[in-house]
Design a protein around this ligand. Structure first.
Ligand SMILES: [Zn+2]
Length: 525
């Protein structure tokens, strides 16, 4: 109660002094948001639905679409409006892994843990064969890779192929920090802290001599080679410690361009390679069954709104990607972010807010394949600063959470320093929850998450820095990314901060300041 009185007094004082009413924070609403989320949170129920019930939500898979449909139905039940799935062109068929088994049959017997590479084909029944290991040249050029592959055609024919040398995983003596110190975060987001210079661009490769191939090119060449040479299965090293398995996709998204492919634990991969190195033959048996959905070439973003009032044509957006990789159940990447955004909307809806601007939730598909859903949305709705559509001028800001389960600690705001200053003032009442400020960014490059689709277009993308917890060390894209890796208290804190920030941005007289024609940085290629 004390907080409320203080807040009311402060607001009155500001009005009395004739300060800009636009900067007044509705402390009463902040307090109500905290109470609703603290006393009646549904956030873990949302995480449960996304991770346990729908599970991995690979773009184009049935699970993904079912989760999208559930999310808009849920937001509708809370009273949100204009809920719909917005289609975009994925241009690839859907894919889902149905079952696999992978066993060492000789010289020892073991059933291995593994994950199947997405958009690769099934085996023709159970395949039992000798195992060979190939050692790709380091940083190969087109020529050196082709020469090497030509030399091993006979070796891989009718074989199960271990692709590459096992990674040497160092044993770490110092565990990574799970939380960041307040002092460090507040220095980072202090207005006095000049924004760090952009990291130096890696120097262009000297033009003399052939260029090393990109990892994507190496993958495609090796896959095409294994297919043409009659290899049976490609087995890859997860190259992670503590048995984690991280798996992605055949980058062509075309199952006819790869052999059946599977990733196993570094520990198992190393064991098999060491035995092969003794000149002892190894035999494995692998069966993989996947489904391909050739009619499902589109994907979706899930959208719902709390309509605005006197400024309803202007929009404050908040979002997170609802798709995931398929090794785990996509909990910290990014059911956590989706649950934060949905819960923030639920809290505002429950409090019966009547925001001046429309508040819109967007849950993106295709983030993991290159921000595809948010890029398509920004293109369709907003265009760019250089080639704007009519809606371009109506977007106040887009807020994004996509760095795991850790509580939010600060915000990066695309825009001039005055834009970050507005967000900093809005976040100030949440210092007790560990939120330390906001910094401007003028990067218009497509980065690691959906807010950069907005930045790239010249729109006010806002993304949150979060405590790391176990994101980079254990959960990001791994089989350990499950419900268990999510911290309830951290998600509640994030939902409170996001709900308050979105509400205050929807209520201000003015939209947050934007770059002008003179100050707008150029978009990066
Ligand atoms: Zn993510």
């Amino acid at each position: 109660m004390k907080k409320r009185i203080t807040a009311a007094v402060v607001i009155c004082l500001l009005c009395g002094l004739g300060l800009i009413a636009d900067d007044a924070i509705d402390s009463d609403m902040n307090w109500k948001i905290r109470r609703e989320e603290t006393d009646h949170s549904q956030i873990m129920r949302l995480v449960h639905r996304l991770t346990d019930v729908y599970g991995p939500r690979l773009t184009g898979s049935p699970n993904f679409k079912a989760a999208c449909e559930w999310s808009i139905e849920q937001m509708k039940q809370w009273g949100m409006q204009n809920e719909h799935l917005e289609q975009w062109d994925f241009a690839h068929p859907g894919w889902a892994g149905d079952k696999y088994s992978i066993r060492v049959r000789s010289p020892y017997q073991d059933t291995l843990d593994a994950r199947v590479v997405a958009w690769t084909p099934s085996t023709k029944g159970a395949v039992r064969a000798q195992v060979v290991q190939i050692d790709l040249p380091a940083r190969p050029t087109e020529e050196s890779l082709t020469n090497y592959l030509n030399s091993i055609v006979e070796k891989v024919h009718d074989r199960i192929v271990l692709a590459g040398a096992p990674a040497a995983m160092p044993i770490l003596f110092n565990p990574a920090a799970k939380r960041r110190e307040d002092s460090e975060v507040s220095t980072q987001f202090s207005p006095d802290n000049p924004s760090p210079p952009a990291p130096p661009r890696s120097p262009e490769q000297p033009t003399n001599g052939p260029k090393p191939l990109e990892p994507r090119e190496i993958d495609e060449k090796v896959d095409a080679f294994l297919l043409a040479s009659g290899a049976l299965v490609k087995v890859s090293d997860a190259a992670r410690d503590h048995g984690q398995i991280r798996v992605f996709a055949n980058r062509t998204y075309n199952a006819s361009k790869a052999v059946p492919s599977i990733v196993i634990r570094n520990e198992d991969y190393g064991r098999i390679c060491r035995i092969l190195a003794d000149a002892t033959p190894v035999e494995m048996e692998i069966e993989i069954v996947n489904s391909i959905y050739p009619d499902e070439l589109n994907s979706y973003n899930a959208v719902a709104e709390i309509p605005g009032t006197d400024k309803k044509d202007q929009v404050v957006m908040m979002g997170a990607h609802i798709d995931s990789w398929h090794a785990g159940t996509g909990a910290t990447d990014n059911a956590a972010g989706v649950a934060v955004m949905m819960e923030a909307a639920r809290v505002l809806q429950k409090l019966g807010v009547k925001p001046r601007r429309t508040i819109r939730v967007a849950l993106w598909g295709g983030e993991e394949q290159g921000l595809l859903g948010s890029k398509a949305y920004v293109k369709d709705h907003f265009g760019t600063f250089e080639a704007p559509k009519p809606e371009f001028s109506t977007l106040a800001a887009y807020l994004n959470v996509d760095s795991g389960t850790g509580r939010v600690r600060g915000a990066f705001v695309f825009g001039p320093p005055e834009a970050a200053a507005v967000v900093r003032r809005i976040l100030e009442p949440f210092q007790d929850l560990g939120v330390m400020g906001a910094s401007p960014t003028k990067s218009r490059s497509h980065g690691g998450t959906d807010s950069t689709s907005f930045n790239w277009a010249g729109l006010a993308g806002i993304t949150f820095a979060q405590d790391p917890i176990e994101y980079q060390t254990f959960t990001w894209h791994t089989d350990l990314d499950t419900y268990d890796a999510v911290l309830e208290g951290d998600l509640k804190q994030s939902a409170i901060v996001v709900a308050a920030a979105v509400y205050q941005l929807a209520m201000r007289d003015e939209m947050i300041p934007r770059f002008t024609a003179d100050s707008m940085p150029a978009p990066e290629k």
